[in-house]
Design a protein around this ligand. Sequence first.
Ligand SMILES: Nc1ncnc2c1ncn2[C@@H]1O[C@H](COP(=O)(O)OP(=O)(O)OP(=O)(O)O)[C@@H](O)[C@H]1O
Ligand SMILES: [Mg+2]
Length: 309
Amino acid sequence: MSACVEVRGLGKAYGGRTAVAALDLDVPAGSIFGLLGPNGAGKTTTISMIAGVVTPDRGHATVAGHRVGADRGAQRVLGLCPQELALYDELSPRQNLTFFARLYGLRGQALADAIAWALDVAGLRDRADDPVRTFSGGMKRRLNLAAAILHKPTLVILDEPTVGVDPQSRRHLFDAIRALAAAGMTVLYTSHYLEEVAELCDRVAIMDHGAIVASGTVAELIARHGKPPLLELELAGDEATLLAARALAARHGPLDGAGAVVRLPQPPSLGPLIADLESAGARVVRITAQPTTLESVFLALTGHALRDE
Ligand SMILES: Nc1ncnc2c1ncn2[C@@H]1O[C@H](COP(=O)(O)OP(=O)(O)OP(=O)(O)O)[C@@H](O)[C@H]1O
Ligand SMILES: [Mg+2]
């Protein structure tokens, strides 16, 4: 698959502090690509340079073959949905979108069609003429997205679009993003929510301290960097049996748990483990597995949790 966004050696410092350091990134055309990282990782700075609103100190980006900053080519084919809402509260969605559509150079029927389409994508058609100040945070986020797609861009960049959004609006936003991708657009999506990125994105790049520490599909990242799932087995048997069974289980991995509960990283195959436990005379009455998540990948790669909760 060809790349819609190519970033090479992109860097930016603010007052001597590195915000983004020599970043390389390829966003495949037609994908939903997640840029995942904690507060201050450099996500907004990165996408701002891709969108041409922040000038890099070094390196460059291209969008659909247009070199960012060379002329307006890249800006014409991308839509940026910024982290901060950029809306007029006293105006309705239709009035807001008319304002932005004119900035994109749309007029007449093309303008009316673009607004109707964007309102539909954002699921705001029945609130199109109410003042934006009466909207929930989630509805404002959806309108923010509508404003970014009026010119049917090749690339849509969304910067943390679900912060402060209720579950229903989040669902609408996800549906809208999937619809845009299904229509052939490339989506670059920043977030510090692992679950969102895992659910929505085809590919993910994990960013920390201005650098990308890993990228790939969620499954690839888990396979490459995640620890194996933790298994918990509950055994039945008398004390001596359990002791013997635990000793045998310890051959299959670092053992945890106590008494009848055995915890260990999932071995490549369960058969030999269970056979060993049974040969000691124990019965396996329950097996549960704690799946590996992107969270543990992040922890393994950066040494710290994504959120401080
Ligand atoms: N205009 C600016 N002036 C000075 N420092 C900045 C500016 N913009 C960003 N920074 C700094 O650069 C670093 C990266 O910031 P950036 O906003 O790109 O991170 P982020 O990943 O988007 O974070 P968040 O999740 O909080 O939005 C931070 O240390 C930030 O304080
Ligand atoms: Mg940001």
